[in-house]
Design a protein around this ligand. Structure first.
Ligand code: UD1
Ligand code: CA
Length: 453
């Protein structure tokens, strides 16, 4: 197949009315990535040399996402939604460039796997002009039915156009197709809209191909590969399938999870060997976890990296730009944002580390806050190697704590601390002997006076 050229046409012009959302349907996410991105990734993994994305009017966001994911993708606009064949024809210019194989996919069918696309292409390499992904759903209503005669696929009948006998057919069109690029435009041009929906049906390519003496075949695929999304409930169902796949990949990468069903991953989460992920952890986009690290229960990570052997949580939050070094520790109720914790640095309890650096081996005491925001702009805090920040300190940025310096507990640090110095930034304690007893005596006297008066 390596010598066959391939164009993928992704149909994404649907409004997605039933999602009840201002977002175009293919811009919804599963595994923290848009539906469109999932489809485009599968297409490129299946070895397509070119991609065309058909978008609806006012779908600038869809076009932008397509270009972001596949910079070379050609974007075509379907101004009127007149059916799947009409949508494919919107990409005429790309098809006319001449490809051996043309894959047609739906942007709202994100679980399609590259190996499934490869199987469809293989059917073309074997001499078929049209290869249709077929499946047998528990409830076939709504799907196009595959009309098979003498073991040959001869036509596809849309649900609304089907006779009662045809409606009893269980084997359905998954929507995905591979079509011989030499014949596609010729076939599309012969499709009309004389049917129940007055739409130009792509499915008519099967019957037309047969009439021209070309061969059409059905390729049975896993139902998940063709699982489309029309509603928020289906979005959640597809998410669940994706999470199963991602957890399986995580196990294959060597992750230990005792309650995988409570761990939520993003499509781009990466793990080294021997990582442990405890129950109830959420990985947002852009997280990498290196070998030997432990992510304790109830932690939430996004756009962050965790170094070898580091320990995160329980109840830790790593926000975008958190870079945790080797053997570093981020304990319970610690939040790290846009900050580097170098190797062996520790913040074990209740701290906010935002916009800065914690040097190698430095220790951040419980309750310490990097006061990074003055209401107008963000400033940096830099804690040197081996420094020790006493509990409940406020480091008011911009500020630098030198290597090996100590900050006394409860300090408010507003000025730089030199290396190896001690900084005490707190109000000195005052003792007034007997003060509390005198207060109580005064109160008792006042009560007596009130009672007798
Ligand atoms: C389609 C198939 C049906 C199959 C089913 C599988 C046709 C005629 N029917 O039906 O045989 O069983 O998928 O799910 O192809 N689109 C556009 N522009 C249009 C029309 C559609 O971009 O003018 C896009 C939609 O956004 C959607 C996809 O094409 O992603 C499929 O269209 P839809 O109307 O949902 O087709 P179905 O009726 O589900
Ligand atoms: Ca559909």
């Amino acid at each position: 197949m390596a010598d066959r050229t391939c164009l993928a046409v992704v149909l994404a012009a649907g409004e997605g009315t039933r999602m009840r959302s201002s977002l175009p349907k293919v811009m919804h996410q599963i595994g923290s990535e848009t539906l469109l991105r999932h489809v485009l990734r599968a297409v490129s993994q299946a070895g397509a040399q070119a991609t065309a994305v058909v978008v609806g009017p006012d779908h600038a966001a869809v076009a932008a996402e397509a270009t972001k994911v596949s910079p070379d993708a050609a974007i075509f606009q379907q101004t009127q939604r007149l059916g799947t064949a009409h949508a494919v024809l919107a990409a005429r210019e790309a098809i006319a460039r001449g490809f051996d194989d043309v894959l047609v996919l739906f942007g709202d069918t994100p679980l399609v796997q590259p190996q499934t696309l490869t199987r469809l292409r293989a059917a073309l390499a074997d001499g078929a002009a049209v290869a249709v992904a077929s499946f047998t759903p528990a409830d076939p209503s709504g799907y196009g039915r595959l009309i098979v005669e003498d073991g040959q696929l001869v036509d596809i009948r849309e649900d609304k156009d089907a006779s009662e006998t045809e409606r009893a057919i269980r084997i359905c069109n998954g929507g995905l197709m591979a079509i011989d690029g030499k014949h596609l435009l010729g076939l599309l041009e012969r499709i009309d809209n004389r049917n129940a929906k007055n739409e130009y049906y792509l499915t008519n390519v099967v019957g037309l191909a047969r009439q021209s003496g070309l061969r059409a075949v059905a390729v049975e695929v896993d139902e998940d590969d063709v699982r489309g999304i029309n509603t928020k409930a289906q979005l959640a169902e597809v998410e669940a399938v994706l999470q199963q796949r991602l957890r399986r990949n995580a196990f294959e990468a060597g992750v230990t999870m005792i309650a995988p069903e409570t761990v939520f991953l993003s499509a781009d989460t990466t793990f080294g060997n021997d990582v442990t992920v405890e129950p109830y952890v959420v990985f947002g986009p852009g997280v990498s976890v290196a070998s030997g690290a432990v992510i304790h229960a109830f932690s939430h990570l996004s756009e962050a990296s965790v170094g070898e052997g580091a320990s995160i949580g329980p109840y830790a939050r790593l926000r975008p730009g958190a870079q945790i070094g080797k053997q570093a520790r981020v304990g319970n109720f610690v939040e790290v944002k846009q900050a580097v914790m170098e190797d062996g640095a520790k913040a074990n309890h209740l701290a906010y580390i935002g916009d800065g650096r914690v040097g190698e081996g430095a220790n951040i005491g419980a309750g310490t806050i990097f006061c990074n925001y003055d209401g107008a702009s963000k400033q940096r805090t830099d804690v040197g190697k081996g420094a020790f920040i006493g509990s409940n300190s406020a480091l008011v940025a911009p500020v630098t704590i030198g290597d090996g310096a100590y900050v006394g507990s409860g300090s408010v640090i507003t000025e730089n601390v030199p290396a190896n110095a001690l900084a005490l930034g707190r109000i000195r304690q005052v003792i007034k002997e007997g003060w509390a007893s005198r207060l109580r005596d005064l109160k008792a006297a006042a009560r007596k006076k009130g009672a007798s008066g």
